[in-house]
Design a protein around this ligand. Structure first.
Ligand code: B3K
Ligand code: ZN
Length: 886
């Protein structure tokens, strides 16, 4: 496998204007005939290059140019390329290949899943279907005809509009589809399966009617309503917020149980993991409902940001992904609570992206090179990419941002473009110079932001000094970051507010701006563009408590030495809800990290009463915003806390964090129970934000009470488990019991499986709740579950539920004896033979192995070396493990 470099991009020598495919589903094979209209690319290098096509796992039956079969001397063929040396400048290339989707366990290209055949072409799956120049900057018009057995594969779908169908004898039928939009081949999709369908309609703002259809496995129609509703809300939202109307006559969503990721935005024919479609109150949690909203919206939003304007090459992936995540985040914020949505996003960013950016897989939002592009569908490209788009919005303002989007579509509709083109549209529409800002696209690593403040009583000024550096995060293990032009400062938007003694926002008058500039505004966005800069706030009657990086205005690690009292003040009063939450997280982190240090040298942990008082206040005011209170009461996770330790001691960290939880439960048992009781819902389940917020709050209270390991707490959880009318409450009770070594745990787990063993997605929850357990025998349980009929190594959802969850079980995966490492490495090796993409994702659980103590490092490197040396290891896993070992 070769390393591909961004700088090596050249335009394609040939373009494909149209594609005609005939796909025959026969017993034990699929035959694909293709007719491509090709012509030389006027924009390509003058020197006539040969015509080269990509292929993978194709058995070539015939090849012809303009109707004449190719002779042996006319072409060269390897297992992955078909080269035609002297092609005419315009030609029709006809190929026929045989493929074997029944044995395609990689779930890339065309593959079989329970009820039929499905495709996944992004990033490079189309080459597994037919010979084709498989790159996103070639956009073509497609016509597809499917032929199959009518009884076993009654539903035949492809992108675009139906263009005929009928019977063809022998129990077989055919259907033809035509896509009126030119598209890159990664957006190609077809489906031949037995499926039920829920149909609906959407009328666009200009009055066009779009036929909506959600296809699911037979018997699941009662779990589709939420997805359809989410789709309609997303369509309306995109019209209202971005003026973007749906361009399609048919918008189809197909749910499939075997799928490598969440979903795929194929033009007019999205293919979804069932996890992001199916929901019923008793089978799906509030989090599932919200994820469905977000993923349905995300794939729909791609229709403009991704499909109509696509990526020139895969290095530009964040052009569509960062922007589309930003859009689905905004949709989520408008559908639910804006503050809580933001809090959850930042929590996820810190748990996933920050560690990634500090580890061996660190890469810029626009990577410089890769071996396997599928390894770069990362939190950096997606979530940090979204933060970068959000920072542009923060810097230029909402209105200019909207003008920038309009200009982007005006300039680039129908094109395959780069991140530079996007930023240029934003800069031109706003008049703001974003040259320096673009470093966010090419420097890896999370910047550190150091802040200090000084109040001058005489001058009534507050001087804020901000400085930045990448150094704390750039390590020798991360060569790519070191080689890029490091030591150049980022353009960081720092949103600032000043809190007065009673929690009120103080006036924000910046020296040198004149008093009109800031008047009335209680949050100002400072532009930090140097390594160090000072900002002076004037006319302040008293020393403020500074609120920095409001709403998390930049993805940085902020260092400011607030006192515990100041943090408590911010937690109680800051007008920015994100920073209220953040202050609580900082307080908790401080205590847990100090306690972890104490515990690791045999000293007892110290828990101050002031923290309990802050928690008590949160409980007291919880009814104001239960969802927020739930977030504020949830401590930072172990993986996030571990990033702040020089050498991680996972068991001390685990004991410290749970020690604080137990302390809170002991001190506030009655308040927790009271809060639990008063927020009970008598009404039947509703997935509304308000009802979900109350459930979240109660379930946080329940999980704290679970720390007491008391009969009362167990009975409470068991009662909730048994009486819940919805999966949110049932599963939360199960999750609390799963952390407690008691009889109720055994009973609940058994009855849960007994009740739900036929619902694949609920079985996933059953697997993951066991793999996430802190109990000491968790690895043994996980090992046992590998043999359970509920588990299947071929199904990504099962692998994620059991193995990935275990890899995220900080204290158990990082067990001192290395048992977790050896177990996971062995499983990755097994899985790699079936599904390299999913195996490579699993291998990422090893990213942070160098942060642990020497004995653990030895075990981890031993496990990784062994995995790395496996014969036949895929390039996917080899790239991840190779970087981890560098
Ligand atoms: N674009 C797809 C991801 C494809 C991943 C390929 N390995 C889903 C999404 O981001 O919408
Ligand atoms: Zn996407």
């Amino acid at each position: 496998a070769q390393r591909i470099h961004r700088q090596d991009y050249t335009p394609p020598p040939f373009l494909v204007d149209s594609v005609e495919l005939d796909v025959h589903f026969n017993a034990g094979e699929v035959l694909v005939s293709s007719q491509l209209q090709l012509r030389r690319n006027p924009a390509a290098a003058a020197q006539p290059a040969p015509l080269q096509l990509d292929g993978q796992g194709l058995e070539t039956i015939s090849l012809a140019i303009d109707g004449t079969p190719l002779g042996a001397d006319d072409y060269r063929c390897t297992s992955s390329t078909l080269t035609i040396d002297n092609p005419p400048d315009a030609l029709t290339l006809t190929t026929q290949v045989r493929i074997d989707p029944d044995n395609n366990s990689s779930l890339s290209g065309l593959y079989r899943s329970k009820d039929g055949y499905f495709t996944q072409c992004e990033a490079q799956g189309f080459r597994r279907i037919t010979w084709f120049p498989d790159r996103p900057d070639i956009m073509s018009r497609y016509q597809v005809t499917l032929h199959a057995d009518k009884a076993s594969l009654p539903v035949l779908l492809a992108n675009g509009n139906p263009a005929g169908s009928g019977d063809q004898g022998n129990g077989r039928h055919w259907a033809k589809w035509e896509d009126p939009f030119a598209k890159p081949c990664y957006l190609f999709a077809l489906v031949a399966a037995r499926l039920d369908v829920l149909r609906d309609e959407f009328t666009t703002s200009s009055g066009r009617s779009v036929q909506l259809a959600v296809f699911v496995e037979p018997g699941k129609l009662d779990q589709c309503a939420h997805a359809v509703d989410a789709l309609q809300r997303a369509m309306r939202w995109d019209e209202e917020v971005f003026g973007l109307e749906c361009d399609l006559d048919h918008y189809m969503i197909v749910a499939v149980g075997d799928f490598n990721m969440g979903a795929m935005e194929n033009k007019g024919l999205n293919v979804f993991n069932t996890k992001y479609v199916l929901a019923r109150a008793d089978t799906a949690t509030d989090a599932d409902y919200q994820n469905i909203d977000r993923v349905v919206a995300h794939e729909y939003f791609h229709n403009w940001t991704g499909n109509r304007v696509t990526c020139r090459d895969w290095f530009q992936l964040s052009l569509k992904e960062g922007l589309t995540v930003y859009r689905d985040q905004e949709f989520g914020a408008d559908m639910h609570s804006r503050a809580v949505t933001r809090i959850r996003e930042v929590r996820a960013l810190r748990a996933m992206q920050f560690p990634e950016d500090a580890g061996p897989m660190a890469h810029p939002v626009r990577p410089d090179s890769y071996i396997e592009i599928n390894n770069f569908y990362t939190s950096t490209v997606y979530d940090k990419g979204a933060e970068v788009v959000r920072m542009i919005e923060t810097l230029i303002g909402k209105e200019a941002f909207r003008r920038g989007m309009d200009l982007y579509f005006e300039r680039h509709d129908g094109q395959a473009v780069t991140c530079d083109d996007f930023v240029a549209a934003m800069a031109d529409a706003s008049g703001v110079d974003l040259t320096q800002f673009k470093r966010w696209y090419d420097q890896a690593g999370t910047p550190h932001l150091w802040a200090s403040g000084h109040y001058d009583e005489q001058a009534r000024t507050y001087t804020l000094t901000l400085s930045q550096s990448l150094l704390a995060s750039a390590t020798a293990a991360n060569a790519e970051a070191l080689q890029s032009p490091l030591h150049t400062p980022f353009h960081i938007p720092v949103a600032v507010g000043l809190n007065g003694a009673h929690g009120e926002d103080m006036p924000l008058m910046i020296a040198g701006e004149g008093s009109a500039a800031g008047s009335g505004r209680t949050t100002r966005v400072l532009s930090l563009t140097e390594f160090e800069q000072q900002f002076v706030f004037e006319e302040l009657p008293a020393a403020p408590v500074v609120s920095l990086l409001r709403d998390f205005s930049a993805p940085v690690i902020l260092d400011f030495s607030w006192s515990d009292e100041e943090l408590a003040h911010l937690l109680a009063h800051d007008s920015d809800p994100f920073n209220r939450w953040e202050a609580g997280q900082r307080l908790a982190s401080r205590l847990i990290l100090a306690a972890a240090e104490d515990l690791s040298v045999g000293r007892p942990a110290y828990w101050p009463q002031s923290f309990v008082e802050a928690a008590a206040r949160l409980l007291e005011h919880a009814s104001d915003d239960p969802a927020f209170a739930a977030e504020a009461l949830t401590l930072p996770g172990e993986a996030t806390l571990a990033e702040e330790m020089t050498v991680v001691d996972p068991s001390a960290l685990h004991d410290a964090r749970n020690g604080l939880r137990r302390f809170v439960a002991e001190q506030l048992g009655n308040a927790l129970l009271h809060c639990y009781t008063t927020h009970a819902d008598d009404a039947p389940y509703q997935a509304t934000p308000a009802a979900a917020g109350r459930r979240a709050l109660r379930n946080v209270c329940l999980s704290y009470l679970g720390e007491l390991h008391s009969d009362e707490a167990r009975a409470l959880a068991m009662r909730q488990f048994e009486s819940a009318d919805n999966m949110t409450d049932q599963f939360a009770a199960l999750a609390t019991l799963a952390q407690d070594d008691c009889q109720e745990r055994v009973l609940a787990l058994a009855s849960f499986y007994e009740r739900w063993h036929d619902e694949a997605l609920v079985v996933d929850k059953w697997l993951s709740v066991q793999a996430a357990s802190r109990l000491p025998d968790t690895l043994a349980v996980v090992r046992g579950l590998l043999e359970h009929p509920a588990f299947d190594l071929r199904n990504p959802n099962k692998v994620y539920a059991l193995l990935n969850t275990f890899g995220n079980n900080h204290v158990r995966f990082h067990a001192a004896d290395g048992s977790g490492y050896h177990f996971l490495a062995t499983q990755i090796g097994e899985l790699d033979r079936l599904n390299p993409q999913v195996a490579a994702r699993l291998a990422r659980r090893f990213d942070r192995w160098r942060k642990f103590d020497e004995p653990r490092q030895q075990q981890a490197s031993f496990a990784l070396e062994k995995l790395h040396s496996l014969a036949g290891l895929s390039p996917d896993v080899r790239e991840i493990v190779g970087r981890a070992l560098e």
